[in-house]
Design a protein around this ligand. Structure first.
Ligand code: SF4
Length: 86
């Protein structure tokens, strides 16, 4: 099962409680429209106090969708494979 930002299962991920996207999960999904994804990225970059923690989480869990102001595929920025953290 793919991890989502709406499920808190690891005590190390308690930072999610401060996420600006709480209750907004559909627009962060990989199937969201381009407009929704753009608005989601904008929210990350302008309103979220846990951007750095989210970026680390997204790469660690190989998240697909929008997170940390980026559109990701298995934890890597779409179209930018060289930018991924290992
Ligand atoms: S950076 Fe974006 S996806 Fe990550 S927790 Fe914040 S609002 Fe949610």
């Amino acid at each position: 099962m793919r991890p989502t930002l709406t499920v808190i299962v690891d005590p190390a991920d308690q930072w999610m409680r401060r996420a600006a996207c709480i209750g907004q999960a559909p627009v962060y999904d990989e199937d969201a429209s381009r407009w929704e994804q753009r608005k989601a990225r904008e929210r990350c970059l302008t309103a979220c106090p846990v951007l750095a923690e989210c970026r680390e989480w997204a790469r660690r869990t190989k998240f697909t969708g929008t997170a940390a102001g980026e559109t990701l595929l298995y934890g890597r920025r779409r179209g930018h494979p060289e930018s991924a953290a290992s």
